[in-house]
Design a binder for this molecule. Structure first.
Ligand code: UDP
Length: 311
């Protein structure tokens, strides 16, 4: 039975990964400091194969026994969270990645880093390919996340080149689904509760900025395929269907049957104007592409918010 250690295992993506790995027959050790994650995300999976350790991965990570995969997903991930926890965000991207690489080296495990489309910043190339170096403001409010993840990529490649560690880097584009916190500040978990309450939908700026949203099940499948691949350079995984934020708000109003109106609020500093993954690499190397369309993904997510998050 393969044994996986998932940092951020009680978070949105981490918990979906734990669930998927358990289904694939892995034993899973989930580590989380619960700063943005919650045990409620994993308690329904309770079984002998799942162990939870409350720990901050910026400190030395100890885990007895063999580990085959280290899956490093610990980090605040929403702009609101990393603006509220700037130092912790920098620490987990830098020190936390170092510790996670350290245990992977010790255990001779395969390592995968959750990187992000934010490494492209406010991109001047569109759509974004992996060979684009990005346009990041290092001293702006988002710099704490973007630069931490850029450092995380650099140290991951250093462990690969210098120590021969089997590493992978996945650049994750906007992802949504059940278990996002309704107050995490991101567009989809903000808009769905607003729509369900028939409150105004708060679109920032003029709503013409674009994003491309991937349903969580598709993303998890892509992560797993990359984990098992023999590829080491970064790979974009996301859904290339691009839309404006106003179009997203309209889709959520439609899916929820809401009578909400759209209201426009100031655009946060350094908010990227466009974002769309070029996924030709993921298609070629992993045979992966997303299967769940926006309408279907939103329906599943809305159902979860109705029954679990706002119940
Ligand atoms: N956004 C918005 N209203 C909200 C939350 C976010 O209009 O209540 C916008 C945000 O300014 C950005 C887009 O939606 O342009 C996606 O934001 P999110 O925080 O989900 O992710 P990002 O891609 O910015 O990391």
């Amino acid at each position: 039975m393969p044994r996986s250690l998932v940092t951020g295992g009680a978070g949105f993506l981490g918990s979906h990964l734990c669930e998927y790995l358990l289904e694939k027959g892995h034993e899973v050790v989930a580590i989380d400091n619960l700063s943005t994650g919650t045990v409620a995300n994993i308690e329904h999976m309770q079984c002998e194969q799942l162990r939870f350790i409350k720990h901050d991965v910026t400190e030395y990570i100890y885990c007895a026994g063999p580990i085959d995969y280290v899956i490093h997903f610990a980090s605040p991930a929403s702009p609101k969270d990393y603006l509220e926890m700037p130092i912790q965000t920098l620490k987990v991207g830098a020190l936390g990645t170092h510790k996670a690489l350290g245990i992977a080296k010790e255990k001779k495990a395969t390592f995968i880093l959750a990187s992000t489309s934010e490494v492209y910043g406010d991109p001047q190339e569109h759509p974004q390919k992996e060979n684009y170096w990005g346009h990041v403001n290092p001293v702006g409010p988002r710099g704490v996340y973007d630069e931490a993840k850029r450092f995380a990529e650099a140290i991951t490649m250093a462990y690969h080149r210098f120590h021969g560690l089997n590493t992978k880097i996945i650049r994750i584009f906007n992802t949504y689904g059940p278990r996002m916190r309704p107050n995490d500040g991101r567009a989809i978990p903000a808009f769905i509760p607003q729509a369900l309450r028939n409150d105004p939908i708060t679109v920032f700026g003029d709503g013409s900025q674009t994003r491309s949203f991937c349903y969580v099940d598709d993303l998890v499948e892509g992560i797993y395929r990359l984990l098992l691949s023999d590829y080491h350079d970064p790979v974009n995984v996301g859904n290339p269907t691009e839309m404006t934020i106003t179009q997203l708000a309209e889709a959520i109003i439609r899916v929820t049957g809401s009578s909400s109106e759209i209201t426009y609020k100031p655009l946060p500093e350094d908010d990227p104007k466009v974002r769309q993954p070029d996924i030709s690499k993921a298609k070629a190397i992993l045979g992966w592409e997303p299967k769940v369309g926006l309408e279907m993904g939103l329906q599943k997510t809305v159902k979860w918010f109705r029954t679990e998050a706002m119940g």
